[in-house]
Design a protein around this ligand. Structure first.
Ligand code: C2E
Ligand code: CA
Ligand code: CA
Length: 751
């Protein structure tokens, strides 16, 4: 609903409904009354007790009487004579305290009487005065109700507009230009503007919306633009300017402008919101100023959230949204390119010259990008020192642009005035084509090319090319990492467990190794061979290890009571990368200590090569876990340096002989003697041994003969859901509690 028409309509229907009781009252007082009519200030009849229509002559009389009333403040009315010679008593109704302004006229028509009956107007006025006063009050009361309804209706509609404005972009992290366009259109519609504009020069943002009704020439914005911006600078509040003369082309127009500054978070103006009305339209009023201020405030917040304060470029979420809507709207034939820029060694600049210099470098890069950005292109600072751009251009044009940008970045060290500071960037470029299936893949491709530029010496531009094998490998990795991260967020990682069964009666506590699985986007469960090597190359193993350890502990917690006597031991893998991560040890120790789980029911597996490669850190972590009471296993033993000298310094409780030896034990005497030697030595050192990859019964029997304590492999038990193993836990607990441990080696339960 727009604001100016509805109020008048409601007034005419509600205010003037039946006034019959008053007409009857007056008739009692004036028996000769033939009719009572009420007129508004335009001399239009609003209600009448008379059956016949009020003629033009009467209306003219009332019209003249209204001017008399204006000249005679405080007078109650006058006596007139109708064309038919009948007396017409006219009473002027005024609001309380208003001497001049008449809001309605009551006309009482009487039949002509005899000479003797003719009395002065004051006589009749005194007679009917109480009745007329009641009528006046009634009309005023009705008027107030209507005004109230109007103002409620207006407030309702203001509120719904503001709610719409507040809701724009609220569900998303940041807002796109589309949201701003919606807000502008909404404000224009609601405030009956023929034209609305939002101008924020520092963000290259100019949005113009021509109203649906009484649309005005958008060219007027260009004419008023400078004036509006300086107004926003001078007055930090909404301002109404009437009769502003603007010329657009040949035409000169006169209009009314409501302008309101758009403020930054610190209260300084960054732009202006302006609404235009034709000069012949009703003027803007104070209410509109308040509304415009609220809208401008919302717009200011949206812009601040969408743009990075340091560089003036879009933030990552705003960029993604904008890119998505641009690509959705693109025509089939247009080619787009994605560009990914990574600043080289910005941390060195921060460390050497201070964060403020690092910030200045980023600001300058942002400025450089903004200055060079071709029309229609979109640019963002997507994280600390990384930028992303999307623009409408072929790959070769995009790579030329990237090269010019790289050279521009190189010159920044000189501009900042310190020759010793080396500023440079690596840039990757990729086409957004059918194969890249949208921008996520295109940006992954551009990022891959950028990483290749880093590998190949930095400060260079690389284009994503499918013939470039190393780039393709990185590209696959980036996609795998993306899938893995999504799987973590979407809860699509799960834990399996595989039995390590005792091979002789010397041991009777079954172990289970916890193994990670991912349910991929197609719903297929895949093993670590699909994702762990990429995770290793991208150094996100600590993130994965934390997840696995945390999840395993969460799943074991409900069984803490059963695990108190360690009827079963669970082994958990972790990677060499986690050893080097500060805080990892504390994190894991904290998890175990607060879990309430018996630490002896947990054993941590680290590969031999990871342990030997990070001996110092490995030793620290192992000692800490060992002190807590957890077991430590050396995994894939035999594939690393296999020096038992190293082992002496580490608090290890278990050695897992690598599957490659076990698999060959029947056919390779060297493998067989290696297993035997390790088994004997380990026993001498009080270490438990495990043979991995026990794929047949023959292998199981042979490794048992060679003195290996435990077997793990498909012939003993395939990995199964950890949840299923936990469901069987009471069985293991009962077996462990029995006074005679089973004679036969443990194989059956979990298979
Ligand atoms: P691993 O620690 O040596 O784990 C044993 C791997 O051998 C498992 O593969 C298991 O399914 C497989 N395996 C077991 N028995 C046999 C057999 O008889 N024949 C053959 N051919 N293979 C068998 P999976 O689950 O694919 O794990 C592969 C590797 O991924 C693991 O090797 C481990 O290094 C890593 N990994 C698995 N889960 C995790 C985890 O939660 N955290 C970390 N950091 N690494 C994990
Ligand atoms: Ca393992
Ligand atoms: Ca292993």
């Amino acid at each position: 609903m727009t604001d100016d028409t509805s109020a008048a309509n409601t007034a005419s229907t509600v205010t003037w409904s039946s006034l019959d009781p008053y007409a009857q009252l007056v008739r009692v007082l004036l028996p000769r009354m033939s009719g009572l009519s009420v007129f508004n200030v335009r001399a239009e009849v609003c209600w009448s007790s008379e059956m016949m229509a009020i003629d033009q002559a009467t209306r003219r009389l009332i019209w003249e009487s209204l001017s008399t009333a204006a000249r005679q403040p405080g007078q109650p009315g006058e006596e007139l004579q109708s064309d038919e010679g009948e007396p017409l008593y006219v009473f002027w109704l005024r609001r309380d305290g208003e001497e001049h302004e008449v809001f309605a006229v009551v006309a009482v028509r009487c039949r002509a009487g005899t000479e003797a009956e003719q009395r002065p107007f004051s006589y009749f006025h005194a007679l009917v005065r109480p009745a007329i006063e009641c009528l006046r009050r009634e009309l005023l009361a009705r008027r107030e109700i209507v005004d109230l309804q109007d103002s409620v209706a207006t407030h309702d509609s203001d509120l719904s507009m503001l709610l719409e404005v507040a809701g724009s972009g609220a569900e998303r992290h940041a807002d796109s230009a589309d949201d701003l366009k919606d807000i502008l259109a909404n404000a224009a519609r609601h405030m009956s503007a023929g034209l609305a504009a939002l101008i924020v020069p520092e963000k290259n943002l100019v949005l113009v919306h021509a109203g649906e009704k009484d649309a005005m020439d958008p060219g007027l914005v260009a004419k008023a633009h400078r004036h509006l911006l300086s107004m926003a600078q001078m007055r930090r509040e909404a301002v109404i300017a009437s009769r502003v003369k603007l010329t657009s082309g040949e035409k000169a127009s006169c209009c009314c402008i409501l302008s309101c500054p758009v403020l930054r978070n610190d209260g300084t103006p960054m732009g202006v919101l302006a609404l235009f009305r034709r000069d012949d339209a009703p003027e803007f009023v104070a209410r509109h100023m308040r509304l415009a201020e609220l809208v401008a405030r919302r717009v200011g917040t949206m812009i601040s959230n969408s743009y990075d304060a340091l560089t003036g470029l879009l933030t990552r979420p705003a960029f993604e949204q904008r890119v998505q809507s641009v690509l959705k709207a693109r025509s089939g034939s247009s080619s787009w390119s994605a560009l990914y820029l990574d600043m080289n060694r910005l941390h060195v600049i921060n460390d050497t010259f201070g964060m403020h210099v690092g910030d200045r470098v980023l600001t300058q890069v942002g400025e450089l990008i903004r200055q060079r950005l071709p029309p229609g292109a979109i640019a963002a600072r997507i994280s600390g020192d990384r930028f992303a751009l999307l623009f409408l251009a072929e790959l070769n044009v995009a790579s030329n642009f990237a090269e010019a940008l790289r050279q521009g970045v190189e010159k920044i060290s000189m501009q900042i005035g310190d020759g010793s500071m080396q500023v440079s960037a690596s840039i990757g470029v990729a086409a957004v084509d059918a194969r890249c299936q949208g921008f996520t893949h295109a940006f992954a491709a551009a990022e891959t090319a950028c990483k290749a530029a880093n590998d190949r010496g930095r400060n260079r531009v690389e284009v994503f090319e499918e013939s470039d094998a190393s780039i393709i490998k990185r590209f696959t990795d980036i996609n795998v990492i993306g899938d893995l991260r999504t799987a973590m967020v979407e809860d699509r990682l799960l834990l399996n467990a595989q039995l390590l069964a005792p091979l002789s009666t010397r041991h009777h506590v079954p172990h289970f190794e916890i193994l990670l699985r991912m349910i991929n986007a197609d719903g297929v469960t895949v093993g670590p061979d699909h994702f762990l090597s990429a995770a290793q190359r991208y150094q996100i193993m600590p993130e994965i290890d934390r997840w696995v350890i945390g999840q395993a502990i969460e799943m074991l917690k409900p069984h803490a009571d059963l695990l108190a006597e360690d009827p079963v031991i669970f082994t958990i893998n972790f990677s060499g990368q986690s050893l080097r991560e500060a805080g990892f040890t504390d994190h894991v120790a904290g998890l175990i200590q607060t879990s309430g789980i018996n630490p002896a029911a947990l054993c941590f597996e680290l590969t031999e090569s990871a342990a030997v490669g990070n001996l110092k850190h490995a030793e620290e972590l192992m000692r800490r876990l060992c002190k807590l009471g957890c077991g430590i296993a050396l995994d894939d033993f035999g594939t690393g340096l296999s020096s038992l000298a190293y082992l002496r310094s580490l608090p290890i409780s278990m050695l897992k002989i690598d599957g490659s030896f076990v698999r060959d034990v029947l056919k390779d005497p060297k493998a067989e003697s290696m297993i035997q030697a390790v088994a004997q030595l380990a026993r001498a050192m009080n270490l438990v041994t495990v043979a991995e990859y026990v794929e047949t019964d023959e292998i199981r029997m042979r490794v048992a003969q060679l003195g290996v304590d435990y077997g793990q492999g498909f012939a003993i038990g395939k990995p199964m859901l950890l949840a299923d193993v936990l469901a069987q836990l009471p069985l293991y607990a009962a077996a462990a509690a029995s006074p005679h441990p089973p004679d036969a080696p443990f194989t059956a339960i979990a298979v």
